[in-house]
Design a protein around this ligand. Structure first.
Ligand code: IMP
Ligand code: MG
Length: 377
């Protein structure tokens, strides 16, 4: 299981966002913008004009860093609906003071299409300011359609929707001190990996996760991790286990959900040890559905019973695992596996998602067989 390189997603309304620019990085850029501007402005007293709502945080942090006297005012424009910029800019609050002869610097949070900027220039058309300059923390060059000069640009970013540090998605996210970028639904390959004890599931999972950049989620590891770290879900699970009761599926699903969300950038997941029942398989489908994704395949490594028994007995000789030492225990574990997974084989077969793969041969041969199945998904 990968517990390093975690990416924690946030959800605002119906969309997921991933960390994009840290508060520290923003602070450094703000410092640089202040330095550039104070150098140009010199001893004049500039008027900084913020464009509400988005720029309130930029303006606040900017003027706190500004080392000389300055004035601050705001105009309020509205253009964005959801995640799309619109041509139709509304002027909600215009200029409320005479700026004749003044050095004016517009402080924007973000310049996207430039529609808002057009309106800003319209507002200043008849003002006899000494100079009008534009400063923006974020700039999306691929989206910009105008040719107004941008005098001070903090960070150029790709044409993807961001939130945080004043920027919102339908009202939410403005208060975040760092910036998040929308997580577009990408094609994911999500596998449920099955195999009887001794089939080489662990070995193959290690290869597959490397080859396809998948995150291996072993339910056993997830449980141990949550319990060891005393997470809320871990404690909850433990409370059932202490009473000798089964942990409710929802608790397990919530843990898996947390793992999926922590790995926002994964190409997909290999689920191992889950689901074990139809109800769990349904719940897993719902979980993937909520991420605009799906389980693409259940892949089962098929190995003849006699070979499994042989493999496990020889593993038992070196591993010292008690359950690998006794032939009747081994046969029982294998039988239990088939009893349990038969239902799931039917469940995924009904959706044309069951793939049995011959698990006898060299490790490389088996990896090739698995890859053939995955590449066709
Ligand atoms: P423009 O008029 O297309 O340049 O967009 C400027 C305004 O749209 C900004 O002041 C923001 O309010 C909003 N905006 C543009 N891009 C984003 C974004 O990625 N996240 C949130 N708001 C944005
Ligand atoms: Mg704005």
């Amino acid at each position: 299981m990968q517990l390093q390189n975690l990416v924690t997603l946030i959800k605002l309304h119906d969309k997921y966002f991933k960390p994009f620019i840290s508060a520290k990085e923003i602070d450094d850029v703000m410092q640089r913008l202040v330095a550039e501007i104070v150098e140009d402005v010199g001893d004049e007293i500039p008027v900084f004009v913020g464009i509400l709502n988005g720029s309130f945080m930029v303006v606040s942090d900017f003027v706190k860093k500004y080392p000389k006297p300055c004035e601050v005012t705001f105009i309020k424009l509205a253009s964005y609906e959801g995640v799309k910029s619109s041509e139709d800019i509304q002027r909600l609050i215009g200029l409320t003071q005479d700026l004749t002869g003044r050095t004016v610097i517009i402080l924007e949070d973000i310049i996207d299409t430039g529609n808002t900027l057009t309106e800003v220039h319209r507002i200043f058309e008849n003002e006899k300011v000494k100079s009008l300059k534009i400063a923006t923390l974020f700039y999306k060059p691929e989206a910009y359609k105008k040719d107004f000069k941008l005098h001070y640009v903090g960070i150029e970013i790709p044409n993807k929707f961001i939130v945080g540090y004043g920027l919102d998605y339908d009202g939410l996210g403005r208060n975040l001190p760092e910036v998040y970028q929308i997580k577009e639904t990408q094609h994911m390959t999500n596998l449920v990996l099955f195999g009887p004890p001794g089939a080489g599931k662990g070995t193959q999972a290690d290869f597959l996760k490397e080859k396809y950049s998948l995150v291996h989620i072993s339910t056993g590891d997830v449980f141990r991790y949550n319990i060891k770290n005393e997470t809320a879900l871990g404690m909850l699970a433990k409370s059932y286990m202490d009473k000798g009761e089964l942990v409710p599926d929802q608790v397990t699903i919530d843990m898996l959900n947390a793992e999926v969300e922590k790995n926002a950038d994964a190409n997909g997941f290999i689920f191992d040890g889950f689901p074990r029942t139809n109800a769990q398989a349904d719940a897993l489908n719902k979980l993937m559905d909520s991420k605009d994704s799906q389980i693409n395949a259940m892949i089962a490594l098929e190995v003849d019973d006699e070979i499994l028994v042989e493999r496990l007995l020889s593993r038992g000789k070196t591993s010292g695992r008690a359950d690998d030492a006794d032939e009747s225990i081994i046969r029982n574990r294998i039988k239990e596996y088939y009893d349990k997974t038969a239902i799931l084989k039917d469940f995924y077969s009904a959706q044309n998602k069951y793939f049995g793969v011959d698990g006898v041969g060299s490790i490389e041969d088996i990896t090739v067989r698995l890859s053939t199945v995955i590449d066709k998904l």
